[in-house]
Ligand binder design. Sequence first.
Ligand code: IMP
Ligand code: MG
Length: 174
Amino acid sequence: MSERVRVMLSEQEVDKRIQEIGEQISRDYEGKQVHLVCVLKGGSFFMCELAKRISVPVSLDFMSVSSYGSETKSSGVVRIVKDLDEPLKDKDVIVVEDIVDSGRTLSYLLAMLQDRGPKSLRLCTLLDKPDRRVIDVHVDYTGFQIPDEFVVGYGLDYDQRYRNLPYIGVVEFD
Ligand code: IMP
Ligand code: MG
């Protein structure tokens, strides 16, 4: 069986959209400093590209979580594998994610981060699969809404591979 990747969103399309979101965030946070929280590993490529396009002062932090449950179905109960280095108290925080799928991980994570007393807390995701939503999550900035297909690239993996693709694609088998 061979694998290939069909392009869903080209590098140019993704870059253009990230530029637009960066400009939007720069306008929304004028006169403030924005604290980007990256959810590893998937959010890392998007966060770096986004951070470069934000013109207000930016600080960064990283966390890594794993959700209990099977590989294909997240339970929503999140275990922190690597916590943030900095407190969130009084910061204007934007959580940067690769994709919102069922919403289970994010709804748990956002509630946990909210408890740490940020001045504000928003969510920015490169991709959103609204058809898959089980728990309602408010997304403040969305790159693209996509159909219910398993995608890779720009940080998203299939069995830890394809994160480095500079575009979003769908793995096909034949
Ligand atoms: P959920 O929103 O709690 O269901 O989980 C979202 C997480 O599942 C994301 O952060 C990804 O790590 C993973 N995920 C969901 N959909 C995809 C996909 O299409 N490709 C790769 N990973 C995905
Ligand atoms: Mg993720």
